[in-house]
Design a binder for this molecule. Structure first.
Ligand SMILES: *Cc1c(COP(=O)(O)O)cnc(C)c1O
Length: 375
C-alpha cells in the first residue's frame, strides 16, 4: 500500500453537487410527479424560456443531447447529403459525428494556438472548395472564437454557420455570448458541462423563430401537427424531469458555477504562466473555462500525466486523437493541410481539474503537484 500524502483531486464531483442541490432537485421531481405530465410539457417550455433569457438568445429548443442539437441545427441550415461541412479536427468526436448523421461530408482544417478553428485557414478552404456549404466551429475549452472574424467569413462567403457551444455556456467575445453568429448553435447538458443535467440533454439556440419551430418538429419525429409528419425527424426530446431539475437546481446556480471556474482558472494562470505546463488561453474575450488546458512544453506529456495522477490529480486529455484520424470517419470528407497545430495540441495537451465544487485546498494541491512534476 502506498500512503497517499496528497488528497485526490477529481475532475468532477457530482456527489458534492448533490449535497448542495438535493433539496431543490427533489422538489423539482415532486413537482413533475404530481403534475402527471412527463414529456414536452410546462417544465421544458419554461426551461427553454429561462435558458434563452440567461444566454441572451431569442429561442432555445430542448433536445436529448448536444449531438442531436448539432444534427438538428445542420438540418435546419439546409445541409443535405453530399454537402460538405467544414469543422475542426480537435474536438469531441460528436462534432464530426453530427455532420455524418446529417448525411453530409465533414471537412477539416487546422486550429489556432487557442485550440479553436483557424478562421483564416477556414476562409481559404471555403474559397477553394465551393462544395463547402456550412462551417461548424467549436468554442473549444470554453474559449470564445473571434466573433468579428466569424461574421466576416459568413458575410464574404455566404456559408451557413452552426456553432458548437457545448463547452462555451457563459463565454463572451466583444461582450456577446457565443452562438449568435449563425443560423443556429448547439449546447450540451451532459453532466460535466458548465450547465449539466443529471443525465443527458442538449439545447438548440437560435435567433430565428422559423428555425426554432422546425427544430421543435425535428425533435419530435418531424411532427407538424398531431399525427401529421412533414419530414422524417428524430426522437430527441428533453425530459420534463431534467428540465424541472435544471430550472430549480442548476440554472439558478450557473452564474456562481462560472464564477468559481473563473477563480480557479485565475489561480492556475498566476502559477503556471511561463512554466513548462503552459496554459492554453483564449485568443480574446472571456472564456467560460469548461476545461483548463495546458500544453506540456517540455518532456513526454504521457509521463507528465502519469506523474500528476500519481500525485492524486485527475488529469484529462482533450483530445488525444483528431477526428479525421478516427475509424468512424475513415474515407469521409476532405482534408485541408496536415493540421500541425492540432496534432501538437492533441499530443501535448493536458486538462487540469476545474469544477465548481473544487475547494481552495484542492486547487493549491494541483498547483503543488504541477511544481513537483515539472519542477
Ligand atoms: C459534449 C460535447 C458534444 C456532445 O454533447 P452530448 O450532449 O454529449 O451529445 C459536442 N461537442 C462538444 C465540443 C462537446 O464537448
Amino acid at each position: 500500500m502506498v500512503d497517499r500524502i496528497r488528497p485526490q483531486v477529481a475532475a468532477n464531483d457530482f456527489a458534492r453537487q448533490w449535497q448542495d442541490i438535493s433539496a431543490d432537485a427533489l422538489d423539482a421531481v415532486d413537482r413533475v410527479g404530481r403534475s402527471g405530465w412527463l414529456i414536452l410539457g410546462k417544465e421544458v417550455e419554461a426551461f427553454e424560456r429561462e435558458l434563452a433569457s440567461w444566454w441572451g438568445m431569442p429561442h432555445a429548443v430542448g433536445v436529448a443531447s448536444g449531438l442531436d442539437a448539432l444534427e438538428i441545427g445542420l438540418r435546419c441550415a439546409g445541409i443535405e447529403p453530399g454537402a460538405k461541412v467544414l469543422t475542426t479536427p480537435l474536438t469531441a468526436f460528436a462534432t464530426t459525428l453530427a455532420v455524418l448523421r446529417a448525411g453530409a461530408e465533414p471537412a477539416w482544417c487546422d486550429v489556432e494556438e487557442s485550440g479553436g478553428l483557424d478562421l483564416e485557414q477556414a476562409t481559404a478552404a471555403i474559397a477553394a472548395d465551393p462544395t463547402i456549404k456550412a462551417i461548424l466551429p467549436v468554442h473549444l475549452y470554453g474559449h470564445p472564437l473571434d466573433r468579428a472574424a466569424l461574421q466576416g467569413l459568413v458575410a464574404e462567403h455566404g456559408v451557413a454557420v452552426i456553432e458548437d457551444c457545448a463547452q462555451s455556456a457563459g463565454a463572451t467575445r466583444e461582450g456577446e455570448p457565443t452562438g449568435g453568429v449563425g443560423i443556429a448553435a448547439a449546447t450540451s447538458l451532459y453532466p460535466t458541462k458548465n450547465l449539466g443535467a443529471l443525465g443527458d440533454g442538449g439545447v438548440l439556440l437560435t435567433t430565428d423563430a422559423e428555425v426554432a419551430a422546425r427544430a421543435r418538429r425535428l425533435r419530435d419525429y418531424g411532427q407538424s401537427d398531431r399525427y401529421e409528419h412533414s419530414e422524417p425527424g428524430l426522437n430527441s426530446r428533453l425530459d420534463e424531469l431534467q428540465a424541472a431539475i435544471l430550472r430549480s437546481a442548476l440554472l439558478p446556480r450557473l452564474d456562481r458555477f462560472l464564477q468559481r471556474r473563473a477563480e480557479i482558472a485565475r489561480r492556475y494562470e498566476e502559477e503556471l504562466r511561463d512554466t513548462p505546463l503552459r496554459p492554453i488561453e483564449a485568443s480574446g474575450g472571456s472564456s467560460a473555462h469548461h476545461l483548463y488546458p495546458v500544453e506540456v512544453v517540455e518532456g513526454d506529456p504521457v509521463a507528465v500525466a502519469e506523474a500528476l495522477r500519481r500525485e492524486g490529480v485527475a488529469v484529462g486529455r482533450h483530445y488525444p486523437f483528431l477526428c479525421p484520424d478516427q475509424e468512424a470517419a475513415a474515407g469521409r470528407g476532405g482534408v485541408f493541410g496536415e493540421f500541425p497545430v492540432a496534432r501538437r495540441l492533441a499530443e501535448r495537451e493536458l486538462s487540469l481539474p476545474i469544477h465548481p465544487y473544487m475547494e481552495d485546498e484542492e486547487v493549491e494541491a494541483v498547483i503543488e503537484a504541477c511544481r513537483e512534476v515539472v519542477g
